[in-house]
Design a protein around this ligand. Structure first.
Ligand code: ATP
Ligand code: MG
Length: 421
C-alpha cells in the first residue's frame, strides 16, 4: 500500500527549503538586533492552557485543535499558536519580574484542523515574538517597525499594515454591549455561526469572511468611538510613533482578532498578492493574559507571521543563499579512487565540494555541475592523473587551467575564498 501524507500538511522539498531558511535567518538577525532572544517551547501542552488563553468561544478552541488523551487520560493538544506556550513558560520559570522587560521570539510548526486550501494548512510554520513587562506605546510601534523592516529586507512588495485598538477591560464591555445590540437587530442577515457569536463573542462577527455577514455589519458601531481616554491616548501615541518612524499604516476599525486575549493595539499585515488568505502576519497587545494564566500582572504585546504565506511572496531572485560549490569530476576508476581523500581535505578547509558517485560520463557530470550552480569543476581523468594535475574549469568564464594535484587544495582554497564563495 502506498502511504500518502495527511490532508492539509505539506513537505518542504529541497528546491524550496531555501525560502524557509532565508526567512528564518533574516528574521532571526533582525529580532536579535531589536533585543529579542529565542525561546523553544513544546509542540504540545495541556489542552486547558489553550482553552483558557485563546478562549473557549473561538474557532481555534471550538473546532481547530488537535486534541488527544495520553495514556493517563490527560487531555493534551498540539499547539495551534505560540503565545500561550511562551506565556506559560515565562510563568513557570518565573521570568516575569516587576519593572523588567523581556523580549522573546520563537519559530516552529503550529497545528489547526482547518479546511485545507491555498495558504491554509493543518501544519504550518510561524515565527513570532513577544514583549513582556511594558504597555509603553513606543513598544507597539517598535514591533510594527520591526515587521516593516523585516518585510523590506525580505524584499516583499505589496503589503499593507492595518492597525486598530480594541480597548481595555474598562471600555471594551460597553463596546461589546453596543455591538451586540446592533447585531441582534441584524440577526436575520447573519450566518448561523455569527448568530451564535452574537451571544458568545460578538467582536468575532466583524471578522466573518462571508459576504452576507460583511454586508450586514457595514453600519456596526466603531470600537474606536468607544475607547476610554487612556486607550485613546495610547492609540494616538502608537500612530504618532509610526508616523515619526515613517512606517506606513491604515486604521481599520473593524480589525478584530480571532483570539480572545487581545487588548488595545491589534494589527495585521496584508498582502495584495495572496488572494483570500491575505494575512501574512498578525498580532497585538494582550495586557491581561499573563495574569489570567496565573502570572503577575504583566502587560504584553506580540505577533506571529505565517511562513508559508511569506514564502510564496519571496521573489525568486532572492535565491542566493547557497555558496557556489566546487565540483570534482573523476573519470575512470583510478581517478575515482583519489576522490574521497581529496574531498575530505577540501571540506576540512571549509570548501563546499560535490562529486559524482556513479561513474558517469564527463558530459553528464558537467551537466550535473551546472545544475548545482558550481563555480568550478575539477576534472581528473587518466591523462591528468598521469601528469599529476587537475584540470580546473571556471564555469563562468569557461577558462581552464592545469593545477598540480600536490598543491590543489591550497590553490583552490585561495581561489574560492578570493571570490567569497
Ligand atoms: P486567518 O485569518 O488567515 O485565518 P488567523 O487570524 O487565524 O489568520 P493568526 O492566528 O493570527 O491567524 O496567525 C498569524 C499568521 O499565521 C496568519 O496571518 C497567517 O499568515 C498564518 N496562519 C494562520 N493560520 C494558518 C494556516 N492554517 N495555514 C497557514 N498559515 C496560517
Ligand atoms: Mg484562522
Amino acid at each position: 500500500m502506498k502511504i500518502s501524507s495527511v490532508r492539509g500538511v505539506k513537505d518542504i522539498l529541497p528546491e524550496e527549503v531555501w525560502k524557509w531558511q532565508f526567512i528564518e535567518s533574516v528574521s532571526q538577525r533582525i529580532m536579535e538586533d531589536y533585543g529579542f532572544t529565542e525561546i523553544r517551547i513544546p509542540v504540545f501542552e495541556y489542552t486547558e492552557l489553550f482553552a483558557r488563553s485563546i478562549g473557549q468561544e473561538t474557532d481555534i478552541v471550538e473546532k481547530e485543535m488537535y486534541t488527544f488523551q495520553d495514556s493517563k487520560g490527560e487531555s493534551l493538544s498540539l499547539r495551534p499558536e505560540g503565545t500561550a506556550g511562551v506565556v506559560r513558560a515565562c510563568i513557570s520559570h518565573r521570568r516575569l519580574q516587576p519593572d523588567s522587560v523581556s523580549k522573546l521570539y520563537y519559530s516552529g510548526p503550529m497545528f489547526r484542523h482547518e479546511r485545507p486550501q491555498k495558504g491554509r494548512y493543518r501544519q504550518f510554520y510561524q515565527i513570532g515574538a513577544e514583549v513582556f513587562g511594558t504597555d509603553n506605546p513606543w513598544v507597539d510601534a517598535e514591533i510594527l517597525s520591526m515587521l516593516h523592516l523585516l518585510f523590506q529586507r525580505l524584499g516583499i512588495p505589496g503589503t499593507t499594515l492595518q492597525i486598530n485598538s480594541l480597548g481595555c477591560t474598562d471600555c471594551r464591555p460597553a463596546y461589546r454591549k453596543a455591538l451586540q445590540e446592533f447585531l441582534v437587530q441584524e440577526e436575520a442577515a447573519l450566518c448561523t455561526d455569527c448568530r451564535r457569536r452574537t451571544q458568545t463573542n460578538p467582536l468575532r462577527v466583524l471578522d466573518c469572511k462571508r459576504p452576507d455577514c460583511k454586508e450586514a455589519t457595514q453600519g456596526a458601531p466603531s470600537v474606536l468611538a468607544s475607547l476610554c481616554r487612556d486607550c485613546m491616548a495610547h492609540f494616538e501615541a502608537v500612530k504618532e510613533a509610526l508616523g515619526l518612524m515613517g512606517v506606513p499604516y491604515e486604521v481599520n476599525a473593524r480589525l478584530v482578532r480571532g483570539l480572545d486575549y487581545y487588548t488595545r493595539t491589534t494589527f495585521e499585515l496584508l498582502s495584495d498578492q495572496l488572494g483570500a488568505q491575505n494575512a501574512v502576519a498578525a498580532g497585538g497587545r494582550y495586557d491581561g493574559l499573563v495574569e489570567q494564566l496565573g502570572g503577575p500582572p504583566t502587560p504584553a504585546i506580540g505577533f506571529a507571521l505565517g511562513m508559508e504565506r511569506l514564502a510564496t511572496l519571496l521573489p525568486e531572485e532572492t535565491n542566493h543563499s547557497r555558496a557556489k560549490p566546487l565540483y570534482l569530476a573523476p573519470l575512470g576508476e583510478a581517478a575515482m579512487e583519489r576522490v574521497p581523500v581529496l574531498l575530505h581535505k577540501l571540506r576540512a578547509r571549509g570548501i563546499a565540494v560535490q562529486t559524482d558517485y556513479l561513474g558517469k560520463s564527463l558530459k553528464s557530470q558537467m551537466r550535473q555541475a551546472d545544475r548545482m550552480g558550481a563555480a568550478y569543476v575539477g576534472i581528473l581523468g587518466e591523462d591528468e592523473l598521469s601528469d599529476g594535475v587537475i584540470l580546473l574549469r571556471n564555469m563562468e568564464t569557461k577558462a581552464q587551467t592545469k593545477v598540480p594535484l600536490e598543491g590543489f587544495v591550497d590553490q583552490i582554497a585561495e581561489t574560492m575564498s578570493g571570490e567569497g564563495a
